[in-house]
Design a binder for this molecule. Structure first.
Ligand code: FEO
Length: 395
């Protein structure tokens, strides 16, 4: 692809993947993505910061050729995941004298994943710098956004932070910098929900650290760059912060309609009390939309049909997913129906081990809801309302 100038002698040389619709064999990417690779030409040395996904190496090589690059001295690997490192072996073939600059953890991963020999590496520690002549690159070890190997690279003279996956978005665009903040906000939030949300504590630390940096541009590994960094930094502070919204997320599966009647009834009762609800029918729900909704919500109510004697596999799946991404949700409950018996509630409760939540008494009934069951749902709605009120979300 054509190299694009970010600042003098600093270029984007990545790949725009308009067609990508799934990440990690799990997460929909409705707007595609980009793999951002960056070229920094110093007066003495040339550095590439990250590469592109496996199979896209020719686009990167083409961009380097168009930029007139005959020699690469350093290839920084901020993170070993293959969407950024997959083309490293091919780039090394083209530039055999280049050294890979990374931290010890990332080196270990690159050796394992890509079988890159040890002598190719220069291992850097936190705050270490490499001079390219008139440009200085500082490395900041920033684990767990979202792997243990992550680091940032900061070009001091140009005040550009190459933030790796952190602060990125799966958003394919021909624009180098964010122009439509609303659109990118949603993609960045989806991305945060999918891979960053489990690491809120680390995110807060990294945000504090970069608050002390003088930053003109944030250049993440996915999506457009930010030439108004406060937009994404403030968004992350909000998402990773402790405050929750007056929302109840209700992912549900209903085999024969009873659970659906229950979640609809509960939703209406909550709405009547001024509580916002979002229902996700798990037969058709977009996992990214669901995860995005979990970023802020105070409460999750799982709607579970019973299959054989346990929760329907979709209810099991969503509970597992919620537990894995560790939202800041404060309250959880379950509603559902069974035919001849079951322990769906116990199984679901047993899956919620990673998040500290207040479990509100579930409503689990036999067959189609009767009057007493609707009363139990009234009580559940009242309890959720009360909990939201207790933490100041309602007056
Ligand atoms: Fe975009 Fe964690 O790789």
């Amino acid at each position: 692809m054509i190299p694009r100038v970010i600042k003098e002698d600093i270029y984007w040389v990545g790949f725009i993947d308009w067609d990508r619709r799934l990440f990690d064999s799990l997460i929909p990417t409705p707007h595609g993505t980009t793999y951002n690779s960056y070229l920094v030409k110093g007066s003495e040395k040339t550095m590439l910061i990250d590469t592109v996904d496996f199979g896209k190496e020719n686009y990167l090589l083409n961009a380097l050729e168009l930029a007139g690059i005959k020699k690469v001295d350093y290839i920084v690997s901020n993170h070993a995941e293959q969407d950024h490192s997959g083309s490293l072996p091919k780039i090394l073939e083209k530039f055999p004298d280049a050294k890979i600059v990374t931290n010890a953890k990332c080196k270990d991963f690159l050796e394992s994943f890509l079988l890159i020999p040890e002598e190719k590496f220069i291992v850097v520690k936190d705050n270490e710098e490499i001079s390219l002549g008139n440009k200085t690159v500082q490395f900041m070890i920033a684990p767990w956004v979202h792997w243990p190997d992550t680091m940032f690279s900061y070009v001091k003279e140009d005040r550009i932070l190459f933030s790796c996956d952190f602060l990125g978005s799966h958003y394919a665009t021909s624009e180098l910098f964010v122009s439509d903040e609303k659109e990118v906000y949603l993609s960045a939030k989806r991305y945060y929900a999918e891979i960053m949300m489990p690491f809120r504590t680390m995110i807060k630390k990294h945000l504090e650290r970069i608050d002390n940096l003088d930053i003109d541009i944030i250049a993440p590994s996915h999506g457009p760059l930010y030439n108004k960094p406060s937009f994404i930094i403030e968004a992350y502070k909000d998402w990773a912060g402790d405050s929750v919204k007056n929302q109840v997320i209700i992912p549900y599966v209903s085999m024969h309609g009873s659970t659906k009647v229950m979640v609809d009834y509960l939703s209406e009762k909550l709405m009547a009390k001024g509580v916002e609800t979002k229902l996700f029918n798990l037969e058709v729900a977009d996992a990214g939309e669901l995860l995005m909704s979990l970023v802020d919500a105070a409460t999750i109510v799982i709607g579970a049909s019973t299959m054989l004697v346990g929760p329907h596999p979709l209810a099991y799946y969503v509970t597992y997913l919620v537990n894995a991404v560790r939202p800041k949700t404060k309250f959880v409950s379950v509603v559902g129906s069974y035919g001849w018996g079951g322990n769906a509630i116990e199984v679901i409760k047993g899956l919620i081990t990673n998040i500290k939540v207040d479990l509100i008494e579930p409503v689990y009934i036999k067959g189609y809801p009767r009057e007493s069951d609707f009363k139990a749902l009234d009580t559940l709605a009242e309890e959720i309302f009360g909990k939201h009120k207790e933490i100041g979300l309602l007056k």
